[in-house]
Design a binder for this molecule. Structure first.
Ligand code: NAD
Length: 495
């Protein structure tokens, strides 16, 4: 399935952070492993006037820390070319086309092109349009457009962007990166769900009580304040990563493990998520913004650089999603994500129902058999944990909780390809399983838009923020969301 590919990569934003931190190291790994070989070249573009040599040095420097022998790195870097290019200037695409055609001939690439837009989304439409009008899209090979988040800031803007791109590229050529879909343990969800009779049988509202998803970060906005002020947790985490993971957790079994079937099921799951009415938002979704920590050593969000002193941007969200279909009716899916929380952790908890009858007596210690929980930790640990009731060791008969644990070892983790490496290889091979389809993006915006509108129509009262301490697990209302239903967050590092 995965063979060596011939391809010319054209990276827009070749001098940027993403290119240096993720793309060049990932491409190198693919080159080192033989997925890319002599028939490959990269054109890096940005506005600065760099020479090829300067660019190759930048690429080489980006590989510091990536193991690899020097000759291999030099060979790799020799495939890189730099073209100074303002994406808004049509004339520049003519120069770019000439270079692309020359390199195509030089490396015998046969027309295969990967256009990677590693720059501000405001330019995505313009670039895609010019790639078409200036004939950078070839007739003989494959042409694929890889784009980064964010994909719009609401349904309207996302649709406009999609329409612009769709003038040049059809859906099968568009690879929307959601790097969560490249993570090992997220890719494990279908294996766990559909590869085991235990989970396959129990994965529905008869046996599952609730589902919890936490994406917690310990850092604040750092130097990305400018971007974050236009985004917030809802757009940065919920609309894309959270909705994608929820769709993988709740979709029905695809007929086959291929992109078309998986996307069909993911879309059905997303379509079944209840869209809240404006008056239902407050009871189901809460927002937060971090203040300083208790000791006063960490700044409040409003005191960070590039942040308005009365900013109403949310750095935390928690919500209850209800899925209106036969499989999930009545099962809340709780999601939360925030910055400056206790620690970095991404975790899924599948909470099963209690056994129908507790035969172990009615005394206090026997009365409450706890609920079984399947925990899938995505990062930084990679772990499966099944928490079940067992007999407490010793005399008499008491039950207690036992954890069945499997953790990927540090060695296994170190040898696992990074998300970007896996996604780039998938894109190179035309495998779209781990990329978001436009229909999924659109549905996710439909769910998010109502919540965002309700919040930002009520931004007059600036005193509601900050409402949680840096170093906590978010506002109290986040816990209340679950206690109102008789539930609680299984993952609770504050305990
Ligand atoms: P960046 O600001 O570091 O890089 C932007 C690049 O675009 C630079 O190379 C810059 O020279 C170039 N550029 C800007 N205006 C231009 C113009 N008119 N013509 C030509 N080139 C121009 O940004 P980044 O952090 O690398 O992010 C790139 C994209 O990736 C964004 O969509 C971002 O949201 C997304 N993203 C980044 C990260 C990350 O870790 N950096 C993570 C997820 C998504």
């Amino acid at each position: 399935m995965e063979t060596q590919q011939k391809a010319l990569f054209i990276i827009f934003g070749g001098t940027g952070d993403l290119a240096k931190r993720k793309l060049y190291p990932s491409l190198f790994k693919l080159f080192e492993k033989g997925f890319l070989n002599e028939n490959f070249a990269v054109i890096g573009t940005a506005r600065r006037p760099w020479t090829d040599d300067f660019y190759r040095n930048v690429v080489t420097e980006s590989l510091v820390g990536v193991s690899g022998d020097k000759t291999k790195i030099a060979d790799f870097a020799s495939h890189f070319y730099y073209q100074s290019h303002d994406v808004t200037d049509v004339a520049h695409y003519i120069t770019l086309k000439k270079l692309a055609d020359d390199l195509d001939a030089k490396y015998q690439i046969e027309g295969n092109r990967m256009f990677y837009l590693a720059m501000s989304p405001q330019f995505f439409g313009t670039i895609a349009t010019h790639l078409g009008s200036q004939n950078l899209v070839t007739k003989n090979g494959f042409n694929r457009l890889i784009i980064e988040k964010p994909f719009g800031r609401d349904f309207e803007s996302a649709k406009k962007l999609n329409d612009e791109i769709a003038n040049t590229f059809d859906e099968s050529q568009i690879f929307r990166i959601d790097h969560y879909l490249g993570k090992e343990m997220i890719q494990n969800i279908p294996a766990i769900r559909f590869g085991n009779i235990i989970t396959q049988t129990l994965w529905n509202n008869k046996y599952i009580d609730n589902i919890q998803l936490t994406l917690s970060e310990s850092l604040g906005v750092e130097e990305r304040g400018g971007y974050y002020e236009t985004s917030g947790a809802m757009r940065d985490m919920f609309q894309n990563h959270i909705m994608q993971v929820v769709s993988l957790l709740t979709m029905d079994m695809p007929k086959e493990f291929v992109a078309s079937e998986i996307r069909k099921e993911k879309l059905k799951a997303l379509e079944a998520i209840r869209i809240l009415k404006p008056e239902e938002v407050d009871a189901n979704f809460i927002r937060g913004q971090y203040g300083a920590n208790k000791a006063g050593t960490e700044k409040a969000y409003r005191d960070e650089e590039q942040i308005a002193p009365d900013s109403m941007m949310e750095t935390f969200i928690a919500g209850r999603l209800m899925i209106d279909n036969e499989r999930w009716s009545g099962v809340p899916v709780y999601v939360r994500s925030g910055k400056r929380l206790v620690e970095k952790n991404t975790e899924i908890n599948i909470v099963f129902k209690n056994v129908e009858k507790n035969i172990f007596g009615t005394s206090d210690e026997h009365e409450h058999l706890g609920k079984d929980v399947l925990t899938i930790t995505i990062e930084p640990d990679e772990r499966f944990r099944l928490t079940i009731n067992t007999k407490e060791i010793g005399q008499g008969f008491n039950t207690n909780k036992t954890n069945l644990d499997y953790v990927n070892s540090p060695e296994t983790k170190a040898n696992t390809p990074e998300a970007y490496e896996k996604l780039l290889l998938d894109a190179l091979n035309g495998i779209a399983i781990n990329f978001a389809h436009w229909n999924e993006v659109a549905k996710a915006w439909n769910v998010a838009d109502v919540i965002l509108n309700s919040w930002h129509n009520n931004d007059d009262d600036k005193t509601i923020f900050p409402n949680y301490l840096s170093g906590s697990m978010g506002p109290e209302a986040s816990a209340k969301l679950l206690t109102d239903d008789g539930n609680y967050w299984i993952y609770n590092p504050e305990k």
